[in-house]
Unconditional design. Sequence first.
Length: 290
Amino acid sequence: MRGKKKTGYIIKKTAFYLLICFIFVYMLFPFYWAVNSSLKSEAQLQMTPATFVPRDPETKAFSPTFKNYISVFKDGQFIRGLVNSTIVATSTTILALAVGSFAAFSLGKLRFRGKKPALYVILAMTMFPQVTVLAGLYAVINKLGLSARLSMILSYMLFTLPFTTWVLTSFFKDLPVEIMESAQVDGATPFQTFRMILLPLTAPALVTTGLLSFIAAWNEYLFALTFTSIEPTARTVPVAIQYFTGVIARQEPLGEIMAASVIVTVPIVVLVLIFQKRIIAGLTAGAVKG
């Protein structure tokens, strides 16, 4: 019996690790292939069958090249897109956290009529596809004559603000009421209690929601393509990559596109690595209640 149990345990453990390895490869392989393609020349990209590492077409020796990265950084449109994406994504994140934290504090800690309907309306706003509001939103922004960058920041708030508010509300709800009561006894106003006591306690949630909002704004394509159609200088990185052109007419610059994709992904990876402890704390906070 012990031998059978031990065999069953080994099989289950082996199957578990095989599943983990499969998920790991499945998740990382697209990024690996982008890096691999970005280090290949045009001739290497046309090799059949495709190679898992950059190889010389004739000698088959390992032969990576950084020409694609050099070409990308020499492209003024791409650099301008990086600057635009940084401005738009950072501004969107700051606004979403500022407005969302105030709304979450009100919905999580204050008493007023219509609190539950307000929460359901906020949740419903996250369910609308972007394309359903794009035409009407573009008409309104065009009528107001807003710049493309400001248009993107305001439009991105449509999907970052409801998400931020909804997530932060649950964190404010979990904070003990005694904290607010003690602050009131000490003479603190509701705003002082929020700014000096409650807000620092929700730092993990702020980092988690802020990073997710930043990623959503950084990667957004549909609104950016629409609002920058009449203002090309405001194009963000996803749109700038789309307009890459090859040296030869009608050539698809796959290597440069892959290099640009890797460069765009690096800031997100760096942010996740820097704030990983805060992100884990934010995702697991409130998961276990004693």
